[in-house]
Write a protein that binds this ligand. Sequence first.
Ligand code: ADP
Ligand code: MG
Length: 447
Amino acid sequence: MELKDKLIETLKSKIARKTWDMWFSTFKVESVTDDLVVFCVGNLFIKEWISQRYAKQFLETIREVSGKDISYQIKDEAVSIESEPKQNLPLVRKRPVLLSDFNKEYTFESFVVGPFNEEGYDGAIEVAKNPGKMNPFFLYGGVGLGKTHLLNAIANYVLENSPDFHVMYMTAEKFMNDLIVAIKNGTTIEFRKSIREKLDIFMIDDIQILEGKDGIQSELFHTLNHFIDNQRQIVLCSDRTPTQLSKFQPRLVSRLQMGLMVKVDNPDLQTKFEIAKTFATRNAIPLDDESIREIVEASDNIRTIKGIINKIAFRHAKGAVDKSNISQIVKEISGVDIKRFQGKKVIEKEIFFNALAMIFDVSPAEIDAKLRTAKLSNARQIGMFFARKYLGKTFAEIGEWFGRDHSSVVYACKKVEESVRIGNGIIKKEIIQLQEILKIRNEESAI
Ligand code: ADP
Ligand code: MG
């Protein structure tokens, strides 16, 4: 037997079969000289993983086979693939197993990390590196803050580094629809098998849409248990915490809480500024600080910032972009709301404060004054949120109306939005009443 084969055989005898199959499928001996043995593996991640854990076995193997203490080195294939054609290589690197479409752009590298999202980022990396250890991994937070991006990043990382793994991503809506079809067709067993028996990592996005869907929740509960029991990774996303998922089965809520639960937050203004700058640099578009500030002020989340910058980049590629069309683009994209109100009558402050006063049973002058009672603060906060969301006002304009600085307005809007999101019925009713009084048609099904 050749020396190289002997090395492999001996090493293999020292390592558990399962580990060998999982981590050593790309392992080979590249060269052996009197003072150095060079091993090679598929990629950097595998290299790190096995170097940390099997140093002792490597040394022992070399000593046993060569009778000498020779040092060794592990290379990853990214480096060696061009340098030497594969010779003695019985093991062929498998191709990634692609079970669903992933967004190739959504990677860990393209994700901007800051204090507001680093827990989510760290958790996702951990899951990608050690699937099955933290189960379930539950990621939550508002719209456009990078949850779906992180899920895809996990998938992309795993496909790159552990190509034999079976990874599947689906929205909760697809999970529900597929299950319903399976029930109709009498193929529930096949549906279950396709998920439970095949996958190393299963990711379900936006599970809040399963609120009140009892049957689907039961299926999800058993799916969760299956993955947890078998130490396979399950990852879930929602726009709220498990306890805020009303009309969710208590057993499911408690299962969702038992793994790693992480929130992705909304970045503060300064961080949004940095993110916008990063996006601009990546797209190679020259934007001055003033334009970036304009973009950030108009954006409630990262998705909006990205949308605006992408659009500017698109226009930029076709010709010059000046300040006035930047403002236009900012309005077009962030101003989903602003646009919606174009062509409708402009609501004056006086009319708006009168409407608020009616609903909250106070006087318009009291809302305008500085006095702080719980009732007045509540009326003002809901007023600020409403003006932002339904009147298309900018934070600056709202600040002027209510005599508040920028950050108080942002805080109020965020707070009310959160309450609406998690289903605060009283606030929803107040908002509907305001819409009625101001004759604003409700175009959002959320409220
Ligand atoms: P969510 O699923 O939380 O609603 P997404 O993951 O869809 O949000 O993110 C919305 C958009 O913003 C995507 O295009 C995503 O790439 C981008 N995005 C969000 N957070 C970040 C981030 N931290 N770094 C880079 N891009 C981000
Ligand atoms: Mg999403």
